[in-house]
Write a protein that binds this ligand. Sequence first.
Ligand SMILES: *Cc1c(COP(=O)(O)O)cnc(C)c1O
Length: 460
Amino acid sequence: MAVTDLATTNLPALPAHPDADTDRILDSGVLHELSYAFGGPFHFLLPHRFDTNLTAFRTALVDAGVEGRVYYAKKANKAAVWMERCAAHQAGVDVASVGELREALGHGVRSENIVVTGPAKSDELLRLAVLQGCLITIDALDELDLLITLALTGTVRPARLLLRRLPPAQPHSRFGMNDTETESALDRCVRAGDAVRMEGFSFHLSGYATQPRADLAGELVDLCLKARVLGLQADRISIGGGFAVDYSSADHWHTFLAGQRPEHYHARKTFDSGDFYPYHSPVAGADALRAILDTVPEGGQDTLAARLQDTGTLLMMEPGRALLAGAGSSVFCIQGVKERDGYRIVTADGTSLSLSEQWFNSEYLPDPQLVTPDGRATGGETRPACVGGASCLESDMLTWRKVLLPARPRVGDLLVYPNTAGYQMDSNESPFHDLPLPPKVVLDRLGDRPRWRLDRRPAC
Ligand SMILES: *Cc1c(COP(=O)(O)O)cnc(C)c1O
């Protein structure tokens, strides 16, 4: 029968890496207070983790003797506090819309530290970016023409730009320019004279492998040398984002992948395991940058670091998820618990729109933690639970997987999804059912009694 099918020994767990700061918050009682105050789900943010991650990237550059700049890819999380951290640390920001640009500027990020990416940028965005002296990543020839026209007819110049390359290894990508287009773009930049400042090339690869990033970076350095011969500045390259985040241990991850079966999920839901984010990465974050710098690009003889040094090329990168590693969690209150064929269906007081992975044919797999008014639950529970959202949609599941919680979940307990700051919190949020969007609170003074503040002051 179902209960024995799901004997605890067969049910693969996927606990997030232990995190002492988060544990202290979970045990402090502050989350129940906040849940009561907001009357709904919320996210908490840990800005000191952003600082640590940024420092790790910068240290990797220093250790490799490479001049470089880190730009936080803003789309990974909408909170204001990350902009504040970038401004405080003179870090850059990667934006892709007028709204994001405004946010970065409004929170004090200097315009020269902003790179504008995204395809087919609007007139308004290009105009603002030129006016502010931001660096603009050009994705297509028509966009370049528009920018050159703006720079020639406007009062502010030069327009600073990078040319984005279509990755030869990902020829079906809809982003970037191929060889012929790049050739033509270089020609147009030369002809535009001092209306533009062609500062170099960029790419952004999907996936998390380091070798293809080093290979393409090597190619971009060669392109810079070629462009310099044409009289263009071309002294920097951007390798985009895609630095993995390591959520769980190798052991747990591989055991999970090998063991998971349809009966481990509510409604026997199946996922293509290739669609799961790689929740364990042996090389993640700043270590991935170290690995890229230490790799010899295909066809070359020197490491990428040496190649950058020898050619006087500055290395830019745009990590989103990796700067947010460990920098926040999402908190839901349990509103109902129902028994079903040997497992429980827990209903949370929010929706899966606040856990974005659920909307990509995938599942956010790190185990949620159960928190009682006295702190993290302990005990020993043999009945697993899936977690549904408080909406009327069958598909609104925060966790399809039957998770073994450490104690019997009760109404009023909290479920905390760990490490959600990177892309989980708000990329799909919507006030579905007229439910308010979960607020974000910043916990910037940890201690026995953590202090909190709202990420944004409420509008008056
Ligand atoms: C999304 C994106 C990034 C950030 O990617 P991460 O995987 O979060 O590091 C960086 N650059 C560009 C151009 C992007 O589109």
